[in-house]
Design a protein around this ligand. Structure first.
Ligand SMILES: [Zn+2]
Length: 135
């Protein structure tokens, strides 16, 4: 059985710090012992080593602004995404304006062709009539 140490000894990054649920003694054990049953060095009861996480108070004491910085990074990432989406939206809008202009130009071309066809049809009709008169 792996033995925990009392937390007065040196604590390494690979250690888990936890309290005995019976006598509340602060204990230290290597992370590898997470989830294992061990015997409390103080009261001798069999206790379970918590699941591999360092107690939050230790992590916060080490870096109280870590969470704030993490949130700031999230916000910055979100802002970056928003800027990219805005840029994409701008491109889509510009593309749409361009296509609408092309569409309008196409419409004008088709209208011009239709007018020309009407003129040709009229001219053919005139020719037909002139030929009819000759007979
Ligand atoms: Zn104990």
């Amino acid at each position: 059985m792996v033995e925990p140490r009392q937390s007065v000894s040196e604590i390494k990054d690979s250690d888990i710090v936890f309290r005995c649920p019976y006598c509340t003694k602060s204990l230290v054990i290597d992370r590898k012992a997470a989830g294992l049953s061990v015997r409390c060095t103080d009261c001798g009861k069999t206790i379970q080593v918590p699941g591999g996480e360092r107690p939050p108070e230790r992590r916060e004491a080490k870096d109280p602004y870590a969470r704030v910085r993490e949130l700031e990074r999230s916000v910055e990432t979100a802002r970056g995404k928003i800027r990219r989406y805005e840029a994409e939206l701008g491109e889509v809008h510009a593309r749409r304006v361009h296509l609408e202009k092309e569409h309008a130009a196409d419409l004008r071309t088709f209208e011009a062709i239709a007018r020309n066809l009407e003129t040709i049809k009229q001219a053919l009709q005139n020719i037909t009539e002139a030929l009819d008169k000759r007979e």
